[in-house]
Design a protein around this ligand. Structure first.
Ligand code: TRP
Length: 476
């Protein structure tokens, strides 16, 4: 029965491609199993955003109050946009740009621009993401040598600084990352992405849990300080910019606003319950972030680090936690290895956006599309890789290139993309299409869910995004 469904879904999607993409040479992949689709999508959401970005951004913006704003943004902005993207992608079974063209066929407005800007956003994000992933890969290797392991903040901080200020090391690690993701992407959707993530995600979860437990048992005073920082809100710390950063993080964490989820949705099966599965993905992603926070903040206080250390936070605190643990070196190796896996899973979903587009639209083979994309990324990304060394003083808009790429993508491109996706689905695509997709053409009896979704997507998401954007950017 199941096998039949899948092959039927594949047949339908292949027929659609035959009709819509006149050129040959394109055969669409799909996730092979329902669980595989969910795990692969979770694999896109869980990444450096959880392990690296969430703790340091929460640290910089005052902790618990920021966390609350972040959760609100996830529920009212991130999740609705995610449901919208998956639903449209699954309906059109195509890359983000073609999907937007197909779902908006009836009106002659340029909604495909959402997909096009999204493909650009993938480059902007990957430009700095491949660099941070490079640091993680480097830490894997260096864990083997044991040199990083120390409970002295000065030592772990120096170790990190030496790495990021070396132009040769920064570039080399970024290139290694690019080669790794290119190889996996060339292997294809089901074989590559699905197989890789299915084992990465559960192992990562267990390891972060282990680190969190160790961190929470280091020193009871530090533990209560760490917990208070994460869970006791002080709303005086919330500025308009902090709210913008929280919303940006919600987009970034759920991989929404630029077509990743449209692309992944196009590989989802027709009988998946989209609202339920996306909600599960959202909560699992949040759980991993919280665990990462629990792994880091008690340790921050136990060892005398600063929660506001910024992007270096993960790389300087985690080695200290492991230094105080039996078999610390082994665990640290495992931790960075799994973080490297998670980062890789997320990058696959990013690079898949331009690759699927080049493949389907220009009839480039996956291999050629991937190589072309990677070369471009090496060029653009090098400016981020060198932003702590050679290009440290090159600061357009008073930001290093690394910070600029980060700010531009999370705080502008993704929210703007998400805004238009919500407007399109709520107001243009409309109730009939939304109902058909979210109820699997009447198979699911979830009217209330659909009405709630439509209400939020129409009235709440767009208004929130516009207000937060304008206020955060200082327009009013
Ligand atoms: N969500 C991933 C993370 O947390 C990053 C990511 C993957 C992403 N694909 C994306 C972010 C698309 C924005 C858009 O690490």
């Amino acid at each position: 029965m199941k096998v039949q469904n899948i092959s039927k879904a594949k047949r339908i999607s292949n027929n659609m491609d035959a009709i819509n993409e006149k050129r040959s040479n394109v055969s669409r992949g799909a996730f092979a199993t329902a669980l595989g689709a969910v795990v692969a999508t979770l694999g896109s959401a869980v990444g450096l955003g959880n392990i690296w970005k969430f703790p340091y951004v929460t640290g910089e913006n005052g902790g618990a109050a920021f966390l609350i704003v972040y959760v609100i943004c996830t529920l009212l902005v991130g999740l609705p946009v995610m449901i919208s993207e998956i639903a449209m992608g699954r309906k059109a079974r195509a890359n983000a740009i073609t999907t937007m063209q197909r779902v908006s066929e009836k009106n002659n407005q340029p909604w495909w621009l959402i997909g096009a800007v999204g493909a650009l956003a993938a480059f902007v994000i990957l430009a700095f993401y491949t660099e941070v992933a490079g640091w993680v890969y480097a830490y894997v290797l260096k864990s083997l040598g044991g040199g990083v392991l120390s409970s002295d903040p000065a030592v772990t901080a120096k170790f990190f600084t030496d790495l990021v200020t070396s132009p040769a090391q920064s570039l080399l690690w970024q290139w290694i990352v690019l080669v790794v993701i290119s190889v996996i992407i060339i292997l294809g959707v089901s074989k590559g992405i699905e197989r890789a993530t299915k084992f990465m995600i559960p192992s990562l979860f267990v390891l972060v849990l282990v680190v969190a437990i160790r961190s929470l048992t280091l020193d009871s005073g530090a533990t209560s300080q760490g917990l208070a920082f994460l869970f006791k809100p002080d709303f005086s710390k919330i500025t308009a910019e902090a709210v913008l950063v929280a919303m940006g993080l919600a987009f970034f964490k759920l991989s929404v606003g630029m077509g990743t989820m449209i692309t992944y949705g196009s590989y989802w099966q027709d009988d998946q319950n989209v609202p339920v599965k996306t909600t599960i993905i959202m909560f699992s992603d949040l759980l991993v972030s919280l665990l990462a926070g629990l792994a880091i903040f008690p340790a921050v206080y136990a060892f005398g680090f600063e929660p506001t250390a910024g992007p270096s936070l993960l790389f300087i605190t985690i080695p200290a936690v492991f230094a105080s643990m039996p078999l610390g070196q082994v665990f640290m190796l495992l931790f960075f290895l799994l973080t490297a896996f998670a980062a890789t899973g997320a990058m696959l979903s990013l690079i898949e956006v331009p690759v699927a587009f080049l493949n389907e639209r220009f009839n480039l083979s996956r291999a050629k599309a991937t190589i072309l994309t990677s070369i471009l990324l090496a060029v653009i990304g090098s400016t981020a890789a060198l932003s702590s060394s050679t290009l440290a003083n090159f600061r357009p808009f008073r930001k290093t290139m690394f910070d600029l790429f980060d700010f531009l993508s999370s705080n502008i491109m993704l929210p703007v993309g998400g805004l238009f996706i919500a407007i399109f689905v709520g107001w243009v695509w409309g109730r009939k299409n939304v109902e058909a997709e979210l109820s699997n053409h009447g198979m699911l009896k979830n009217q209330t869910v659909i009405s709630g979704f439509l209400f939020i997507t129409r009235f709440i998401t767009p208004v929130l995004v516009v207000l937060v954007l304008l206020r955060g950017l200082g327009v009013f």
